[in-house]
Design a protein around this ligand. Structure first.
Ligand SMILES: [Zn+2]
Length: 286
């Protein structure tokens, strides 16, 4: 993969918006990317700095972002980074793929981090039936524990749901959902979106909504009311069209947002403003 040809900077948005989900620590190489993770390797080879990432994002109207933890070291790093940068908030959690690491001690520290003022989300947590890195039993136990942490701390619950829609909804209903629930990188169809609307869950759309073969995601976005929509990159993963295969970054949000605006037949600036308002409702005032 070429690491020199990073995606071109898109046309700036006419209104500010924010990235509800990215992984700054993976982008800047705080954690060495594994050889099985070429996208993370390419992102790290680009030698991005946090300031560089934020500046580039600001240049197109993406003025704030939420950086999301997936294990304890990542959650600590992201919480610290949010403390140091006023445009950055953090989420902390043990990812479902790492659910076997969710011991009582680890979860106690996640809860401690979740109480910090710049940490505004418990996530990403949830269920991943695509990968079997952690057993279903471990994933369910970890997910339920994170739901309780979100409720005790009053922070938004950010959910990773991969091929597990029904079980994620069932566990949320059974455990009792926190006040604010976000489906990160929403991957359901219109039917699933309707269920989220009924439950009042937020749906955060990412690069795949722009993919030619992902009509079901655009149908889901058509069903999702603007009041429950968020936009994200999941950077360095899931770059929007036409940059598949390259490392993603928050400055590419305008491409995904413009696709969503087309689906909603809305003015992109107006949609950006609506999504920014949702972001404050979910993560609190910046
Ligand atoms: Zn993620």
């Amino acid at each position: 993969m070429s690491t020199t040809k990073l995606p071109a900077v898109p046309e700036p948005l006419a209104a500010e918006v924010f990235d509800s989900h990215c992984h700054l620590d993976i982008m800047v190489g705080n954690r060495q990317a594994s050889s099985g993770d070429p996208v993370a390797q390419a992102a790290q080879a680009a030698q991005a700095s946090i300031e560089g990432i934020l500046d580039q994002a600001r240049s197109v109207g993406v003025t704030r972002l939420v950086t999301i933890g997936y294990d304890l070291p990542s959650s600590r790093w992201n919480a610290r980074t949010a403390e140091l940068h006023s445009d950055v908030y953090a989420g902390v959690a043990i990812h479902p793929n790492e659910a076997h690491a969710s011991t009582p001690e680890v979860l106690a520290e996640i809860e401690e981090l979740a109480r910090l003022p710049h940490v505004r989300a418990v996530g990403e947590t949830g269920l991943d039936y695509y990968r079997d890195w952690a057993s279903k039993d471990d994933q369910h136990a970890s997910f339920r524990a994170h739901i309780e942490i979100a409720k005790r701390t009053g922070k938004a619950l950010v959910i990773h749901d991969r091929e597990a829609h029904d079980d994620v909804l069932r566990v949320l209903a059974d455990q009792g959902a926190p006040e604010i629930v976000v489906f990160h990188s929403f991957s359901g169809d219109a039917e699933m979106a309707k269920k989220c609307v009924d439950a009042g869950y937020f749906m955060s759309f990412s690069g795949p909504v722009t993919y030619k073969n992902a009509g079901y995601l655009r149908e889901a976005a058509a069903v999702a009311p603007k009041e429950l929509m968020l936009v994200e990159t999941d950077a360095p993963y899931l770059p929007p069209t036409p940059h598949r295969g390259k490392p993603n970054a928050p400055y590419l949000i305008p491409l995904t947002l413009r696709c969503l605006a087309e689906v909603k037949q809305a003015d992109p600036a107006e949609l950006a403003s609506a999504i920014s308002a949702n972001g404050e409702a979910v993560f609190g005032a910046w």
